[in-house]
Design a protein around this ligand. Structure first.
Ligand code: COA
Length: 380
């Protein structure tokens, strides 16, 4: 039968999205809880001495941080200024416009590793999504700079869904492939979280770390023999002010509040814990049912890395028992919370040992609220 002109114009719906490879860039420097708390407490001493009439600030403690979160250390791009009680934030010198930006630089490093592991040349990639919880500038898009630095044709754009940026990026890439609009898409997540963390806030100063990850999502038809079939993706958002960052270009229009603490990361950690755990566990169970996957048969969960206790509860609800390290690996102990990159680091570092047919879940959750699930099966 002859195709109508309309049918001819439509792209074929043939793509089957898979994860071909991942990449990781880890900053060389790391801050231990001991170093962090020593610097924070020195700041508290100075602040209290300088403000004898104000409510004194309380010390932070290594024991609290590890017990409440599971975090023991975090990598950062700019260690000394963060630990200097007079500075307590990263100092990353601005670069000239013709130099590669720092976010692009670490994104490119992660992306190169993903391409190398997939045996893919940049010219074979159709699109770059820079999916992260903050962009260092409004435009041009970080993704387009990364695209140019790698020598990729096609297109790129930025997307921000806070801690869920990478899974939202994976679904977006998978949809391009399902629709036949691309066959090879890089999802790059450079997370310089140290720039939006309030290092003087006792409640959260220990949370974040810096890193970059990359995920190469491709059509199965061109993927390397060993890859991860994407069985299904699901995204969810529910508005909440419990994790918020008011930094933005309109702060300039309200100069009297431009420097206040709410222009950095703030959260109601307890509420986040309480509200997000059941939401995410239910989402995983519903999606597993939709896909006909027995959740108790999942070989591994690569969960968002914000809090070890949250992951324990979520994995227990999903697997029917408390997961061990093999079933739900932790990277937050050495990386801290790396926002959207956390579940991808876990996948990158703890997936090579799985065998063909093993099924697992990449899952993120965070500000928005936002949550994303990507069920995958090893193929080789
Ligand atoms: N050092 C020592 N004590 C501290 C402290 C610190 N750095 N920070 C807080 N405390 C104290 C509090 O003052 C409080 O004392 P009180 O009981 O005398 O009032 C006590 O420790 C408990 O504080 P709380 O904030 O309730 O701790 P928590 O057990 O909820 O743990 C988090 C805090 C942030 C680790 C935890 O809530 C969490 O991880 N939530 C989820 C966060 C999340 O996923 N966010 C997404 C980010 S993208």
């Amino acid at each position: 039968m002859q195709e109508s002109p309309m049918q001819e114009m439509q792209a074929p719906l043939t793509g089957r999205p898979v994860i071909s490879a991942t990449g990781l860039f880890t900053p060389a420097d790391s801050i231990s809880n001991e170093e962090l708390v020593a610097s924070f407490n020195a700041f508290v001493d100075r602040h209290n001495a300088a403000n004898p009439d104000a409510e004194p600030l309380a010390y932070s403690s290594v024991e609290f941080i590890e017990k409440a979160s599971g975090i023991k250390a975090r990598h950062v791009m700019s260690k000394a200024p963060i630990l200097d009680p007079d500075t307590m934030c990263p100092r990353l010198p601005e670069r000239e416009n013709d130099e590669l930006s720092i976010m692009a630089e670490i994104g490119v490093a992660a992306a190169r590793q993903a391409l190398e592991r997939a045996g893919r040349k940049p010219e074979d990639v159709d699109a770059v999504l820079c999916a992260a919880s903050n962009m260092q500038r409004a435009y041009p898009a970080m993704a387009i700079e990364i695209q140019q630095a790698l020598g990729i044709e096609g297109f790129g754009f930025d997307m921000n869904v806070a801690c869920s940026s990478a899974t939202f990026g994976i679904q977006t890439a998978a949809d391009y492939i399902r629709a036949g609009n691309a066959r090879s898409v890089l999802v790059v997540s450079p997370e310089i979280t140290s720039g939006h963390l309030n290092w003087r806030d006792r409640d959260s100063h220990f949370i974040f770390g810096d890193v970059a990850t990359a995920v190469l999502v491709e059509d199965a038809a061109i993927a390397p023999a060993e890859h991860w079939a994407i069985l299904g993706t699901k995204l969810k958002t529910v508005f909440s002010n419990n994790i918020r960052n008011n930094f933005g270009f309109l702060n300039r229009a309200a100069p009297e509040t431009a420097d206040t603490a709410d222009k950095l990361f703030v959260q109601e950690g307890r509420k986040v814990f309480r509200e997000v755990v059941p939401m995410v566990a239910q989402m995983i169970l519903d999606e597993a049912e939709r896909l006909g996957i027995d959740p108790e048969g999942l070989r591994r969960l690569w969960l968002h890395q914000a809090n070890a206790g949250m992951n324990r509860l979520i994995s227990t609800k999903v697997l029917g028992h408390e997961a061990n390290e093999d079933e739900s690996p932790t990277v937050l102990d050495t990386y801290g919370n790396t926002s959207s990159a956390g579940s991808i680091i876990a996948f990158h570092q703890h997936s090579d040992d799985l065998v063909a047919g093993d099924t697992g879940l990449i899952c993120s959750f965070g500000a928005g609220y936002s949550a994303g699930t990507v069920f995958v099966r090893k193929v080789s």
